[in-house]
Design a binder for this molecule. Structure first.
Ligand code: ATP
Ligand code: MG
Length: 390
């Protein structure tokens, strides 16, 4: 069976210094895990500055794996030959015969300056070869087809014509682990994805008001986490029943603070789940001033409920920017399905936009939050993705 080889490049600028080998090792592990998850076996070798993938799998299947791994700047399906210009020409033939083009360019990179094959000489020799054999024109500005030739060593010259964009960013896990609060809306899945691409692994927590609301918000969130788990094989979703706490807040506290009180209790429970699972930060899909709970004052009062840092990667995004990413990561069609959210229950007509911490603390002394939180924790369920079928 034919072996397919891919060259994977990552963003080297962010990988300076001693961390570099850790990043490379983690990226390779992540590629292997993602492949295993898709039932593909492949080899991944670290070749100083790039990773070489080889596998018997179809190239389209390998591409599906690489598209889902954060930290990859670009990748290319490549041919490998020894450092001999006749062999390189044969590899060029294989690409040229499959493509229709009228203009082309040859781009040669030689890893070692002392190598006997010189960049300029090789570009001229290979360019003349393609001009004569295929009657095509050189266009260095805007060619229809580029032949990339990377001379890595005596035994390895990589030849490819199409670079495909990866997700970019950093390899998952290299930034540590966090807990994302996911609501079933458009924003929180996008915020989670953006943190994945900064190298942060995530568990998810969803707060639901079942049976006051239907099962839809839970089902929706499961679908969203399943979609997000395509970027992170092995993902946990914690489902927390928040209805009893909401009811107590509604009965005992000033209604103008309801949403802030719900959010603070969500963050507090989030922090407990995070501490239990060695997760070191919280992530939310807040965007500044999007709704009353997301003003500077109200976000400050929410921050004040926990000691863990809260990351809000879409804080400066407008809705169109968020929707664009939601469509790219395919969560958008799920997010826009209707559901009654736990926070739309018991919402005040006139929420405060500038909550003062002393007012919230006063409201919170009206209830035994520790006891309510303990009960909610006891009823929390955890689901792992991919769901194991017996
Ligand atoms: P959208 O704004 O697209 O409706 P959203 O997810 O941003 O969806 P918001 O009401 O703006 O919803 O909530 C702000 C943030 O609070 C969310 O991004 C999410 O991180 C968190 N959050 C809200 N409701 C829940 C919930 N039921 N479970 C978990 N997290 C929630
Ligand atoms: Mg929002």
């Amino acid at each position: 069976m034919k072996e397919n080889t891919f060259l994977v490049h990552y963003d080297e600028l962010s990988l300076k210094g001693g961390n570099r080998s850790y990043f490379e090792k983690t990226l390779i592990e992540n590629i292997k895990k993602q492949a295993k998850n898709k039932g593909i076996s492949l080899n991944a070798d670290n070749l100083w500055g790039r990773i070489l993938i080889s596998s018997q799998a179809k190239s389209s299947d390998i591409s599906i794996v690489l598209k889902k791994v954060t930290g990859i700047a670009w990748y290319a399906n490549c041919k490998i030959v020894v450092a001999d210009s006749e062999k390189i020409k044969k590899a060029i033939d294989k690409i040229a015969l499959k493509k229709s083009f009228s203009t082309f360019a040859i781009r040669v990179k030689v890893a070692n300056k002392d190598f006997f094959l010189k960049r300029k000489d090789l570009e001229i020799e290979l360019g003349s070869y393609v001009v004569e054999k295929y009657q095509k024109k050189v266009d260095l500005e805007k060619p229809n087809l580029i032949f990339f030739i990377e001379v890595y060593s005596l035994k390895k010259v990589f030849i490819y014509s199409k670079k495909r964009n990866g997700l970019g960013g950093l390899p998952l896990k290299t930034a540590g682990k966090g807990l994302a609060l996911i609501s079933g809306g458009i924003d929180s899945p996008v915020a989670s994805f953006l943190m994945f691409s900064r190298g942060l692994s995530l568990d998810f927590v969803h707060f639901h008001s079942y049976p006051k609301t239907g099962q839809e918000s839970i089902e929706k969130t499961k679908k969203l986490v399943e979609l997000l788990s395509t970027f992170q094989p092995n993902t946990n979703l914690h489902l927390v029943p928040i209805l009893p706490i909401q009811e107590q807040i509604y009965l005992n506290c000033n209604h103008k603070y309801l949403v802030i009180l719900y959010r603070r209790v969500m963050l507090k429970i989030g922090q407990i789940i995070a501490e239990k699972n060695n997760l070191n930060c919280l992530v939310t899909g807040d965007a500044l001033s999007q709704v009353a709970s997301q003003t500077i004052e109200n976000l400050t009062v929410q921050n004040n409920s926990v000691s863990l840092p809260i990351f809000r990667p879409i804080i400066s995004f407008n809705k169109e920017q968020v929707i664009k990413i939601a469509k790219e990561i395919k969560t958008y069609p799920v997010s826009i399905q209707p559901h009654s959210d736990c926070c739309s229950l018991f919402v005040p007509k006139h929420p405060v936009t500038k909550t003062k911490i002393k007012d919230i603390i006063r409201e919170e002394t009206k209830l035994d939050f520790d006891k309510l939180i303990k009960k909610a924790m006891e009823k929390t369920e955890t689901i792992s993705f991919p769901v194991k079928t017996k």
